[in-house]
Design a protein around this ligand. Structure first.
Ligand code: ADP
Length: 263
């Protein structure tokens, strides 16, 4: 039995997926990064291997992807993350035509057709268009965990409007809402709509058409409030894969299997 690995070293987390000869996931891991991205990527792979009593010697081929894909050296190849996302997502949801991926410090919208990636747009410059916006405001200002934000927002009676485009100024705006006794539920909802609007606008500015089926991936897709905000703004249902953070690592693991077979 041959094994192949994909490692996605993002700016916030490292993800590893190990697959077998028939392309089934045998193990995976998600690890929050330390300051040393390469070490985190390697550790994520070791954790996934150890879960199944495997070692790196059992792997026939390894491909890395993500922002930190070149911070390790033991991989056979490194692939851009957009390619990894597209490959993994199409394998899980073959009808996918648009991917919205929101991670810790970047966001991407990818348009897909029968041949693969048609075009994509990415933001890794402005925190307000990424998961960092929710992480920071939940933790620093609302005093709740980002994992709780979704549930809070679903109990909202209305969404507050956040006018600012910047995380730092949004803090001031939210503090002012809190001091006028606005509920955390309504504020959480407003934060989700604000982030969802920015990501959708980014895609539309690049002429991405948000065709069906729309898949929402990345760690932020685990937030039910963000799923609702994106669906409301697009007036369309989105599909969230079972493991939305693992799609790119899975995609490059599949590519590792193909590349090894082609040798
Ligand atoms: P990257 O690939 O850029 O490192 P990820 O796709 O791993 O990022 O996503 C990390 C982001 O996902 C963080 O902003 C984190 O807060 C968010 N996230 C992860 N799990 C959850 C969850 N259960 N609920 C809400 N947000 C989550």
């Amino acid at each position: 039995m041959g094994y192949y690995a994909g490692i996605d070293i993002g700016s916030t987390t490292s993800k590893a997926v190990v697959i077998n000869d028939v392309g089934e996931i045998v193990s995976s891991s998600i690890l929050r990064n330390s300051y040393n991205l390469g070490e985190s990527g390697e550790k994520a792979l070791l954790i996934a291997l150890e879960k199944k009593g495997l070692s790196q010697n059992d792997l026939s081929y390894i491909i890395s992807t993500g922002y930190g894909r070149r911070t390790i050296e033991f991989q056979n190849e490194a692939e851009p993350e957009v390619i990894g996302h597209a490959k993994g997502t199409i394998e899980i949801i073959p009808t996918c035509r648009t991917i919205i991926d929101i991670g810790g410090q970047d966001s991407k919208v990818i348009e897909i057709d029968e041949k693969g990636v048609r075009k994509f747009q990415m933001n890794d410059k402005c925190a307000a268009g990424t998961g960092r916006y929710l992480d920071k405001l939940a933790d620093d200002i609302l005093g709740i965990k980002v994992e709780q934000l979704g549930e809070f927002s679903l109990k909202s009676k209305k969404s507050i409007f956040l006018s600012t485009q910047c995380t730092v100024f949004a803090e001031t705006e939210i503090i002012s809402y809190l001091s006028s006794n606005e509920s955390i539920e309504n504020i959480a909802s407003g934060m989700h709509y604000s982030l969802a609007k920015r990501v959708i606008q980014m895609g539309k500015a690049a002429n991405i058409r948000f065709k069906k089926d729309i898949v929402f991936s990345g760690g932020v897709a685990k937030n039910i409030g963000m799923v609702k905000a994106i669906e409301d703004l697009l007036e369309e249902k989105v599909i969230v894969p079972k493991e939305p953070q693992l799609t790119a690592a899975f995609g490059v693991a599949l590519m590792a299997r193909e590349r090894f077979r082609a040798i």
